[in-house]
Design a binder for this molecule. Structure first.
Ligand SMILES: Nc1ncnc2c1ncn2[C@@H]1O[C@H](COP(=O)(O)OP(=O)(O)O)[C@@H](O)[C@H]1O
Ligand SMILES: [Mg+2]
Length: 233
């Protein structure tokens, strides 16, 4: 883990605590960008290769986290103030990292998480204007410095995200209801993060076909597994 730790660009070493045996992978991107689709493909691929991987998601993954998820995403909850929203996400994240993610990493598992703190940085930090730096500090505090080994950021224009969400049969949640300007800002926020954390975040064009996207993800994943000595070339 030590070698890879040096690659976590933009975050000072003392704040980062990834001294675990496992691998922590996160997926980011606007709603409809294909996170769930790609996560399922990656988990299946890793399992077929014999790795002990599993999927979790934010907010949620623990009993309290799931209750916070309901509070946060219910369209009838007429929008908490941005700071309250950020703190609720961080509370759910603190639960998930301490109770689920860290114990699994300590056992040498591969954890794939659907959204993590980059979502807070893009949504509350950038799009809602609370500031990326202060929310990065808060996120590192909430997670005791747990930074992903790799983050796949699926990049999709706001208009394409809208089209995909319209095609889905399920009802939109509170954040999916946000208007187009908010979603544009969100994508801008994500682009800013991709620029800042170049070594950690892999930017993926989410407009491509599902299988082509997965090929890109698979290649990066194989590189990481080889660099960590989990696979030989
Ligand atoms: N690369 C793609 N091209 C076209 N449609 C896609 C692609 N990836 C996912 N979809 C479709 O878009 C919708 C949203 O995908 P999903 O994986 O649920 O996104 P997310 O989890 O990021 O919200 C689904 O109906 C899915 O089948
Ligand atoms: Mg999803």
């Amino acid at each position: 883990m030590v070698i890879y730790k040096n690659k976590i660009a933009g975050i000072s070493g003392s704040a980062v605590d990834n001294a675990s045996k496992g691998i922590f992978i996160t997926f980011e991107g606007v709603d409809g960008s294909g996170k769930t689709t790609q996560i399922k493909l990656l988990n299946k691929f890793l399992k077929e290769k014999g790795f002990n991987s599993f999927i979790t998601r934010e907010p949620g993954g623990t009993a309290l986290g799931d209750s916070i998820r309901k509070l946060l995403l219910n369209p009838e909850n007429n929008g908490p103030v941005a700071r309250a929203e950020a703190l609720l996400f961080e509370a759910a994240r603190a639960e998930l990292t301490e109770k689920v993610i860290r114990p699994a990493l300590d056992k040498g598992k591969i954890v794939i998480c659907d959204r993590y703190f980059d979502s807070t940085l893009a949504y509350q930090g950038f799009a809602r204007g609370l500031g990326i730096d202060s929310l990065l500090d808060l996120s590192l505090w909430a997670t005791s410095g747990l930074v992903p080994d790799i983050t796949f950021l699926l990049s999709l224009d706001a208009s394409d995200s809208e089209k995909r969400l319209d095609r889905q049969s399920r009802k939109r949640d509170r954040i999916e209801h946000e208007d187009g300007d908010f979603k544009k800002k969100l994508q801008e926020g994500y682009n800013e993060l991709a620029g800042r954390f170049k070594e950690r975040i892999v930017l993926i064009d989410a407009n491509k076909e599902i299988n082509k996207i997965f090929c890109d993800i698979k290649l990066k994943m194989l590189e990481l597994l080889i660099s960590r000595g989990w696979l030989t070339q």
